[in-house]
Design a protein around this ligand. Structure first.
Ligand SMILES: Nc1ncnc2c1ncn2[C@@H]1O[C@H](COP(=O)(O)OP(=O)(O)OP(=O)(O)O)[C@@H](O)[C@H]1O
Ligand SMILES: [Mg+2]
Length: 313
């Protein structure tokens, strides 16, 4: 077994008397994407801030790139790149100048700074606006520039806090393909997101954070298996038909308000045909028939109790 790129054990963080991280444990293996999901206020950004040395933990141990955060924060900083939740772009500079600034600040980049800047501008589809001040950029363009700036030194472990919030669907896909390229090159990505589809697309493993505790972690498929499986939803015209159908499908769960039945089924055409034949045999017909497969949204809602923390400070 290789050493994990990130290893977190018993991580705690308090602000005044409020516990924000309450004993968080996880490992991220090198060359993989780890995704931290959670509702607003769950502690995602706090986790990123601790792991990237911006904020000090109150307990637990964290190792990043083999270095202990508590004793060797400088070595950790040298190994990582961070894109924060809020864009770190300097508005007075152009896109090119922002990137050049990162090159100048980065001792790992020798000589070929101009080429790196040009490559990143291309890759993030910012070349056409490269010489305009970023104060004229849209939110999504700023977000992309911010990400490009993170990649200047070629960091091996990259933290992205909600990198695609505010990006349009095409830019989001551009970012996903960049993340996949980085991982194919051996980088490790630690990502937070509100978009479950994104976690599903990118993550090798993901963890769901809720009020400072991890309530689940695993592969996307493992998490999907935690909740009720694939079923066919049949909606009927009236209560009498629903009653009759419930007699035909005793294995189904019924939802009287919606006049619907949820019949467990594997989603394949054969089981669907058998189900429709059974309806036919009893001269029943449904108003609507849909196949539902659990997705990460279902997992998220089931695990986080539908709540979003409201801060009362
Ligand atoms: N500097 C701080 N001082 C006091 N409380 C803080 C501080 N930073 C964060 N918190 C609190 O910690 C909790 C977790 O915040 P955090 O920003 O980590 O959440 P998040 O999961 O990133 O949420 P979001 O999805 O909204 O970005 C919140 O209740 C927040 O109010
Ligand atoms: Mg956050």
């Amino acid at each position: 077994m290789t050493t994990p790129a990130i290893s977190v054990s018993g991580l705690r963080k308090e602000y005044k008397d409020k516990t924000v991280l309450d004993g968080v444990d996880f490992d991220v293996h090198a060359g993989t994407v780890f995704c931290l999901l959670g509702p607003n206020g769950a502690g995602k950004t706090t986790t990123v801030n601790v792991l990237t040395t911006l904020v000090q933990a109150d307990g637990g141990t964290v190792r990043v790139a083999g270095h202990d955060l508590a004793t060797d924060a400088r070595a950790v900083r040298a190994a990582i790149g961070v894109t924060g939740q809020f864009a770190a772009v300097d508005e007075l500079l152009t896109g090119r100048e922002n990137l050049q600034l990162m090159v100048d600040l980065n001792r790992r980049v020798a000589g070929d700074g101009a080429r790196i800047v040009a490559d990143l501008l291309d890759r993030f589809e910012l070349a056409a606006s490269a010489d305009k001040p970023t104060s004229t950029y849209s939110g999504g363009m700023r977000r992309k520039l911010d990400l490009a700036m993170t990649l200047v030194g070629g960091p091996r472990i990259i933290f992205l806090d909600e990198p695609t919030t505010g990006l349009d669907p095409r830019s989001r896909r551009t970012l996903w393909s960049i993340v996949r390229e980085l991982v194919a090159d051996g980088a490790t990505i630690f990502l937070t997101t509100q978009y479950l589809e994104e976690a599903d697309q990118l993550a090798d493993r993901l963890a769901v954070l809720e009020r400072g505790r991890l309530v689940a972690q695993g592969t996307p498929d493992e998490l999907k298996r935690l909740i009720p499986g694939t079923h066919v939803r049949l909606r009927f015209a009236n209560a009498a038909e629903l009653d009759a159908a419930a007699g035909v499908f005793p294995e189904a769960a019924r939802d009287d308000d919606a006049l619907a039945l949820r019949v467990p089924a594997d989603g394949g055409t054969q089981s669907l045909r058998a189900l429709l034949d059974r309806l036919d045999e009893h001269s029943l017909s449904a108003e609507e028939c849909s196949v539902r497969t659990p997705d990460l949204d279902d997992v998220f809602l089931a695990l986080t109790g539908h709540t979003t923390e409201v801060d009362t400070k």
